[in-house]
Write a protein that binds this ligand. Sequence first.
Ligand code: B1M
Length: 208
Amino acid sequence: MADLKALADAVIKGDQNSAVEITKAALGEGAPAKQVLEEGLIAGMDVVGARFKKNEVYIPEVLIAARAMKMAMEILEPELVKAGVKPVGKFLIGTVQGDLHDIGKNLVAMMLKGAGFEVIDLGVDVKPEQFVEQAKSTGVHLLGMSALLTTTMPGIEKTIKALRDAEVSAKVMIGGAPVTQTYADKVGADGYAPDAASAVDLAKSLVA
Ligand code: B1M
């Protein structure tokens, strides 16, 4: 039986070749795709997330680990679909209107994927009506907005209002350097996370 602990370690080290090889070997030996995902890939990303939170690793290490996970996921995804394994939740994410910063948003998206969420990434400069339209057409459980500029933060409030007006029921979480819990409370967001690892914890608690 392929070693899923070794798969988790490959993700932690960002060793994409080993991650892909062990994933292929595990599936070849008949390991259930869900087990490979949970005990290998997600277990590895959980460790990376926890270390990132404690400042034991930094953004480059997280990005390298996420890339290894992504490569292995390409092998695993068709098998998960075949096995009917459902994602933890569907998450729509984007950077608000007028804002082109996407490094933090991408990191949050990668960590969410690493935790088993299906992530639909709308990119940057996303207008409130685009969030509303996509939230409705995809039926997501969670919607996340990132803002890096004090001048674009009001886009969060506008989008939340547009979502509520359109009766979109998805829970809303927000983040980005200038965003705070106080601001989240003021604009009626369901949650705020200061970093990507906390965003995963928050997302899990909001879909629980
Ligand atoms: Co810009 N920029 N920038 N910039 N930029 C900042 C944000 C700034 C603080 C720099 C400064 O002046 N000291 C400043 C904002 C000031 C303010 O409004 N308070 C600023 C400015 C002014 C500008 C321009 C206006 C500059 C100009 O043109 N005059 C311009 C605006 C363009 C626009 O958006 N319309 C601009 C442009 C750019 C670049 C294009 C050059 C580039 C962006 C490249 C890109 O993203 N593809 C850039 C960069 C790189 C930065 C800095 C240097 C780094 C931002 C970053 O990526 N941080 C930044 C200064 C700084 O922070 N040191 C700066 C790393 C990233 C991992 O952190 O995004 O905070 P962060 O994400 C974290 C958390 O915030 C959280 O998790 C992430 C990971 O832990 N998080 C979430 C983020 N989103 C979340 C969502 C969640 C939950 C958590 O739930 C959904």
